[in-house]
Design a protein around this ligand. Structure first.
Ligand SMILES: *Cc1c(COP(=O)(O)O)cnc(C)c1O
Length: 399
């Protein structure tokens, strides 16, 4: 009989006991709002911000209500407003163009390469043609482009970079943590990302004025002196009456759950990468399937796995998906006509009137994606790879 996988691709690990205990503590004292502090108390949110700033090597950090909120807040903090154009890679998830639309701005989509990163040659043309002054760069599914080349291009053109690190929390390019090349780095702590507080987001920056704006935007009233990873009061002086309050704070309960997860993150990254390596090994040298090259400078987090079925007809891809699903392996396809689950693609974001991007279309038509939650074992991953291998072989021959 052929093997079957019975695990769940969406089941994350439980919250660590330390996080549960800290959450109970917050509920017992009842001070869930970040600015509701007892005498001498720092609060879980302010402490999380200090710890995340240290983790990324950033001067300042702000915790917010979601990753999508962090992106919108970052755009506003850079002064992006109605009618402005904002560059972004065409291969990303819906909250990224959504954040651009939320400030009334217009996404300008940039092509992606077969390595699933932004196409720098197309970016250069798109900067020149659009006149956009901000790039919202999404490190989609953890793939990081050549960040030195990207920053040289953007710095040279006067384009400021916001990094969407929803899939690269804990990753690096060379020695630089992901989120630290651009002026602002944004992260998500939603359940399917690298730390889990249900919903949540973080922003980091070294720029005092940008961070003061972000803190005021997030809904700090005039209580910004209760932040510990913030610029000094002088940074707020000229801004406090001019920046609107667009509430999106994090609360102490979520921060309490996240602090122990942040301490555990480096170990979790190593576990993810061990799972990723098993799948990669199991799918090597398979006719019809292309693995995604991972550059030496890219210290990624293998929390999901992608491969390409270059130039496969749609019918054959659907056949493969059905064969794998019948054996318990849930693959996601970015080439589907209609958005399914998380896998919408740029052509589906009709409000943004996306142009045709033939190179991206060709990549996405053959792009397969799966999550690797830490509830999987190495044996699970070896089994998943054996099933995909067998079914790709069968679909390829049935061709
Ligand atoms: C999840 C995600 C976001 C937004 O995060 P939320 O916390 O769900 O708002 C942004 N970008 C990418 C690529 C994501 O996967």
């Amino acid at each position: 009989m052929s093997e079957r996988f019975t695990g769940s691709f969406t089941q994350q690990e439980p919250i660590p006991d330390e996080g549960i205990a800290a959450a109970l503590e917050v509920m017992r004292h009842g001070r869930l709002h970040r600015y509701n502090l007892a005498d001498g108390e720092a609060g879980e949110v302010a402490l999380l911000e200090c710890e995340f700033a240290a983790f990324t090597g950033a001067r300042y950090c702000l915790a917010v209500a979601s990753g999508g909120y962090a992106l919108g807040c970052a755009l506003r903090a850079l002064g992006v407003g109605a009618g402005d154009r904002v560059l972004t890679n065409a291969f990303t998830l819906a909250p990224v163009p959504g954040a651009i639309a939320s400030v009334g701005a217009v996404p300008v989509f940039v092509e992606v390469t077969e390595d699933l990163v932004i196409d720098l040659a197309h970016l250069e043309r798109a900067i020149a043609q659009s006149g956009a002054r901000v790039l919202l760069l999404s490190h989609m599914r953890g793939h990081i482009c050549d960040m030195e080349a990207l920053m040289a291009l953007c710095d040279g053109a006067g384009v400021r970079v916001i990094e969407d690190c929803a899939h690269t929390m804990g990753a690096r390019w060379g020695d630089v943590p992901s989120g630290r090349h651009g002026v602002i780095g944004c992260y998500s702590t939603q359940t399917y990302k690298h730390m889990n507080s249900g919903e949540g987001g973080l922003l980091v920056s070294d720029d005092a004025e940008v961070m003061a704006r972000a803190i005021l935007l997030s809904g700090s009233y005039m209580l910004y002196d209760r932040h510990l990873a913030a610029p000094g009061p002088e940074a707020f002086e000229g801004l406090r009456l001019d920046v609107p309050n667009i509430s999106g704070r994090m609360d102490n309960l979520r921060a309490a759950i996240l602090r122990p997860q942040l301490r555990a993150l480096p170990g979790q990254v190593a576990r993810w990468n061990a799972l990723y390596a098993v799948v990669e090994e199991g799918l090597r040298d398979l006719p019809g399937l292309r693995l995604i090259a991972r550059p030496g400078a890219e210290a990624f987090v293998g929390s999901s796995f992608q491969f390409l079925l270059p130039d496969w007809p749609a019918g054959r891809v659907r056949d493969l998906l059905a064969r794998c699903a019948a054996r318990g392996v849930e693959l996601k396809w970015f080439g589907a006509e209609d958005p399914v689950g998380f896998t919408s693609r740029y052509a589906h974001w009709r409000y943004a009137a996306p142009p045709e991007l033939p190179q991206t279309d060709r990549v996405l038509a053959g792009l397969i994606d799966m999550r690797l939650p830490l509830t999987f074992s190495a044996e699970d991953c070896a089994l998943i790879a054996r099933i995909i291998r067998a079914e790709v072989g069968a679909a390829w021959q049935a061709g």
